[in-house]
Design a protein around this ligand. Structure first.
Ligand SMILES: Cc1cc2nc3c(=O)[nH]c(=O)nc-3n(C[C@H](O)[C@H](O)[C@H](O)COP(=O)(O)OP(=O)(O)OC[C@H]3O[C@@H](n4cnc5c(N)ncnc54)[C@H](O)[C@@H]3O)c2cc1C
Length: 537
């Protein structure tokens, strides 16, 4: 696969592509790899390079005017080859059935297809994400998949139901999550031309704005090139997709695809944080039950985590959002497994770490049995055992990205972010916390001590910030008055312009977005393949 720097392409060369993809994260790289077998010219443009660069990071600057958000953008998005998989933590799961439904208590909810329509694409997403099964593992179906006896506590399933996440594994390092940058370098997107340090700064359309023609790209020094293409796919992430459409305003002043003033609206993320804690002393059994499971699949051994979510019945009855909880193990400084890992990686203080391992040999022995024989996660030396939650956001048109008066070094306005959190999210989390407390008490399980903000019906504490999941800013709807892209991910009213990534999700679920991003990207790649093979322009 040719990977070149934009600056190294001859200035006189005319740059053309049958499909031009902007952004090399999970969305863009999946589309490029899916199209690799087609007889077409695919160009994958990436704003960053192979290594992190502070000048490139600066292009991610934002102006925040809403709910407090993580200020350091590197912690929430990585502008380089492979996108944010440089630092992601690999948690994967598809959305629940209810997430696709039009729910009368969640305004603007509803997808233009049902959950089952996505299953074949979820199945195909597994190798891209480095997971063992692409579908059929988030519910009780996990027990069948894993061949294990069900160990979920006997909960009232009108209140709480089990939920399972699966962790990504890198193709070349089973101790790491899939890092796409490395894989792209080693040829995973063969047949696509990957152009690095190529920042798209304007989408050029016909004068009426109804058809894409080319993109303007800048190299590291700011020199401008044009890539001519009849099919442009924006995969620049949940913030940049909206920013690019809005900032492409030289001909159409409201921005491309923004005829209904919807681009940038409905910004969601996932408020996430602690709702309470358990006493560490008596928690080993609980940690095993609601813990980590290693499961042998056809694609090798994969790691799953058992959690709980609010039942759809309870969501309907109480007009709540979708929400999940899991055990968050906060380990001590002398946790022997962390010490062992530091010794193996050659980091940290060898003498100190050998001491931590030596004084916890019993835990190491127990851990090896739990891991190798029982296929469970490792017992950890815990400082705290917390109950952590993650909640869906209510789609709100006033929660939005617009353009700031400030500009980046290429003269493109930076995004102004006005993120909002509603009372419905906060009520949902408080109610889920209380349900877990009551159900655990009823079953004689470990006592959950809820945090005071839950008990006193207060707002989220400041620790509930965005968690790198910007969603909804180019939302999908069959109705152009209700969404930016149609059911095929094409921007309403702009022929040949497509969007992929979490910005197209109309609702956010409680689930981390990347598994869905990849499945939806494969679905879009199939649409593009059909167009290419039928010779459609
Ligand atoms: C610390 C961290 C932990 C995470 N953990 C998880 C997790 O456990 N599970 C999960 O599902 N998700 C997780 N995520 C989120 C996950 O990384 C994203 O959902 C995913 O990477 C989004 O994929 P994408 O392709 O849409 O965008 P990105 O991965 O953000 O890729 C976008 C790409 O577009 C490029 N780009 C941007 N603007 C331009 C431009 N103008 N021109 C050219 N290129 C451009 C960027 O450089 C980047 O490479 C995590 C993220 C972070 C930062």
């Amino acid at each position: 696969m040719p990977v070149v720097d934009l600056r190294d392409i001859e200035p006189e060369a005319r740059l053309e592509a049958d499909v031009c993809v902007v952004g090399s994260g999970p969305a863009g790289s999946t589309i490029a790899r899916e199209l690799a077998g087609e007889r077409c010219r695919v160009v994958l443009l990436e704003s960053g390079g192979i290594e992190r660069d502070v000048n490139v990071d600066a292009l991610n600057e934002v102006e925040n005017v809403g709910q407090p958000r993580v200020a350091d953008q590197w912690l929430v998005r990585n502008r380089m080859l492979g996108g944010s998989t440089k630092t992601w933590t690999g948690r994967c799961a598809p959305f629940d059935d209810i997430d696709f439904e039009t729910r009368d208590w969640v305004p603007h909810s509803g997808w233009p297809f049902v959950a089952q329509d996505l299953t074949p694409f979820l199945v195909r997403s597994a190798p891209y994400l480095g997971i063992g099964a692409g579908a059929g593992f988030t519910t009780d179906s996990f027990w069948t998949l894993s061949g294990r006896r069900k160990s979920t506590p006997d909960l009232n399933d009108d209140l709480l139901v089990p939920f399972f996440w699966q962790f990504s594994k890198d193709a070349s390092n089973r101790f790491d999550y899939m890092r796409l940058g490395k894989n792209l370098q080693s040829g995973a997107a063969a047949a696509a031309n990957v152009i690095l340090n190529a920042t798209v700064t304007h989408i050029n359309t016909m004068d009426t704005g109804s058809c894409v023609q080319s993109v303007e790209v800048r190299d590291r020094g700011g020199a401008v090139r044009t890539i001519h293409t009849p099919r442009l796919v924006l995969c620049a992430g949940g913030i940049e997709n909206a920013r690019l459409l809005l900032a492409s305003n030289r001909v159409i002043s409201r921005g491309v695809g923004n005829q209904n003033d919807l681009v940038g609206r409905f910004l969601m993320d996932h408020p996430r944080g602690r709702v309470g804690h358990f006493n560490v002393e008596s928690s080993e059994a609980l940690q095993r039950t609601l813990g980590v499971y290693n499961v042998k699949t056809a694609a090798g051994t994969h790691r799953f985590r058992h959690g709980l979510r609010l039942s759809p019945v309870y969501q309907r009855q109480h007009e709540l959002l979708n929400c999940a909880v899991w055990l968050n193990e906060v380990v001590t400084k002398d946790d022997p497994w962390n010490a062992l890992s530091r010794i193996l990686r050659g980091t940290g203080s060898l003498i100190k770490d050998c001491g931590f391992v030596g004084s916890n040999l019993g835990m190491i022995r127990r851990g090896l049995k739990q891991f190798l024989v029982d296929g469970n996660g490792l017992p950890r030396k815990l400082e705290r055992l917390e109950l952590e939650c993650i909640v869906e956001q209510r789609p709100d048109p006033e929660s939005r990205i617009t353009l700031s008066d400030r500009k980046d070094r290429y003269g493109i306005p930076i995004p102004r972010i006005n993120w909002k959190i509603s009372e419905q999210e906060q009520r949902t989390v408080r109610m889920l916390g209380r349900l877990v407390e009551a159900e655990f008490k009823r079953l004689g399980l470990n006592e959950l001590e809820l945090d005071s903000w839950v008990v006193n019906d207060e707002k989220f504490p400041p620790a509930f910030q965005d968690v790198a999941h910007p969603t909804g800013t180019t939302r999908m709807s069959a109705d152009p008055k209700a969404g930016v892209v149609d059911a095929n991910c094409q921007v309403h009213g702009v022929h040949g312009l497509f969007v992929a990534g979490s910005s197209i999700f109309p609702t956010s679920s409680h689930v981390n977005p990347t598994h869905m991003i990849v499945a939806m990207a494969i679905r879009l790649a199939d649409t593009l393949k059909r167009q290419l093979s039928s010779g459609l322009r």
